[in-house]
Design a protein around this ligand. Structure first.
Ligand code: FMN
Length: 184
């Protein structure tokens, strides 16, 4: 029997009705039974300012603690102007501070993304992978899944419905992520 693991979901969009939050919900439903899921809401994390590191804002301390409690992260990002959103970079920057207290140390992360457009968040995901790689965070190489035309996949109840073939790929990617987390 494999040990229990915890996955924390982070959305690059803070929007109430975000399709990326909905994508995290879909992924949660595909997780193996031994993985506990928690969504990290960092809406109240302020704009980064190195003058504000000591003491850490309460919202940042809480967010860091939640991320530290995870064996693995799953980041769902939209694409803003050819990259991932500034709020997500801001959140990542806070997680790495203050110096010597990097909440992302030793983590593995899955990267997914949804957009109403046709780009499938390719550039956003590539940039995010580069930033995570810079910090030594391992990300499953495959499968890479990006949801295009996402608004058309949301039903009247507000649920995102992935085509069956995409759901299978997500399941595979999540299994790869769990495997990465399990060997650390
Ligand atoms: C500042 C900004 C820039 C955007 N740039 C892009 C873009 O480069 N490519 C794209 O497909 N969509 C772009 N969009 C549209 C987003 O994909 C859209 O807002 C999407 O709903 C965001 O995901 P969410 O539903 O999770 O909030 C942009 C939106 C904003 C607010």
């Amino acid at each position: 029997m494999s040990r229990n693991l915890k996955l924390v979901g982070i959305s690059g969009s803070l929007r109430e009705d975000s399709v990326n939050k909905k994508l995290l919900d879909v992924c949660q439903s595909l997780l193996p039974d031994n993985v506990e899921y928690e969504y990290a809401d960092y809406t109240d994390v302020p704009v980064f300012n190195q003058d504000k590191e000591n003491p850490l804002p309460e919202s940042v301390a809480r967010f860091k603690k939640q991320v530290e409690s995870a064996d693995m992260l799953l980041i769902a990002t939209p694409q803003y102007n050819g990259s991932f959103p500034g709020v997500l970079k801001n959140a990542i920057d806070w997680l790495t501070r203050p110096e010597g207290d990097n909440s992302l140390s030793g983590k593995v992360a899955g990267v997914v993304g949804a957009t109403p457009g046709q780009s499938g968040t390719i550039q956003a995901q590539l940039h995010l992978r580069e930033v995570l790689g810079h910090m030594g965070i391992q990300v499953p190489a495959h499968p890479r899944i990006m949801v295009s035309g996402a608004y058309d996949l949301v039903d009247d109840q507000g649920k995102l419905n992935l085509p069956e073939r995409d759901a299978k790929s997500y399941e595979k990617m999540l299994q790869e992520l769990v495997k990465l987390a399990g060997v650390r």
